[in-house]
Design a protein around this ligand. Sequence first.
Ligand SMILES: *Cc1c(COP(=O)(O)O)cnc(C)c1O
Length: 488
Amino acid sequence: MTFIETRGNDGRKPSEVTFSEAILSPSASFGGLYVPKKLPELGFDFFKAHIDSHYSDLSRALFEKFDVDVDPEDLDNALARYNRFDDPSDPVPLVKVEEDAFVSELWHGPTRAFKDMALQPFGYILSRLAQKRGEHYLIMAATSGDTGPATLETFKNTPNIKVACLYPSGGTSDVQRLQMVTEEASNEKVIGIRGNFDDAQTALKNLLASESFNARLKESHTELSAANSVNFGRIIFQIIYHVSSYLRLVKEGEVSLGEPVYLIVPSGNFGNVLGGYYAKKMGLPVEKLLISSNINNILTELVTKGEYDLRGKSLIQTTSPAMDILKSSNVERVLFDKFGAERTKQLMDDLNEKGVYRLSEDELAMLREDFDATFCSDEEGKAIIAKYAKKGYIMDPHTATCFKAYGELRKKSLKTVIYSTAEWTKFSPTVSEALGHRAKRDLDALQWISEHYGVPVPKVIADLFEKPVIHDTVVDKERIEEEILKFI
Ligand SMILES: *Cc1c(COP(=O)(O)O)cnc(C)c1O
């Protein structure tokens, strides 16, 4: 498979690239993204053959369909990263919480959030590529709290890779911050920014595009890359679990093969739900992808009104910070898929120049064939957390937003997969407050919930509070470039 560009070609970059090239240099012409030229099709026979497959075998089979330039041995080693998950034989457990609702838990990896699903294997592949080419890469990650820890964890002490991680100071939970600032690896630098996640992401995009910055890096024989969900190397791993969760329902006799289901995905940068969209296009029986977000409800506006309007909006901090996003990067890939490169470039140019784009009525109808969306306030989310805790299921605030969509958006009574993107331990003060105990510190909340609800705190989380802080840099966004060059 080869990859093409969402905003068309500028005559300077190649118009088609391999998977390796797309992941090593993820920024395409005119600031666009790389997308598969043609998605493989998965027929009935493919699904039937994999009902009982181990997650790694299913992954290998999907990669074969994609036919990308990854060495089979490297892929095997990359997939072996799932051995770091709680139960290597079942990295993505599916838990029944209602007669027709099943939670697919994407957070059983080392940093307790769904980012590990893609970043763990992707990190291995990228580092191998760099070694084989004798090249050195700087990975820049902008994080709203979960990408950072997962990126640091996957590249920790890997050859030929350095990581600079930008996070909004004060915009993450205690646990998320500690996961980053206590990470001890000589190839990694963590920088707090005075600003929000959009500031961090914008700074990252500007740096990736900056010629002077790139020139300085060249002097030190370092190339730039990114591990954000704009990197297709992450998206490909985020297609697999949508397929595996569906097949689990088939295996457990909850649906018969071919019967459609709803997928509810808590969305920020749109990488997770994009994986579901691609899976649907490849033939997975999905009735609709239901997007859930918090009161930063730009995706709901897009999918219900056909309007992406940033004007007059500013980011609101919520209890689900991984979804506190206004510029949702991966939406562009759906625009491209539905409307083509020329129209996508026009829409994205409108967004950059005027802060808004509008879809035509026909375009909106096309979008709504695959998606619907709603959003959930912090208060509604807490009520949902409390309701399910009474039934014995503890969830984090991002996952909770999905239950609003579950109650509101389903038009047919079909089985529904709800994606849980973080373990409750990453956002314990919110969960604790929802359950009636106000805790200022994560540690207090963790202990209280664990005691009162009989759920364990994993060792990787408990240990954070004992570790020394390694990274204490916090700067204004104007000084990021300088800090990173110093580190290089
Ligand atoms: C990253 C993240 C999301 C959002 O996922 P996207 O792929 O950016 O839409 C949701 N919840 C949690 C906990 C996350 O870490």
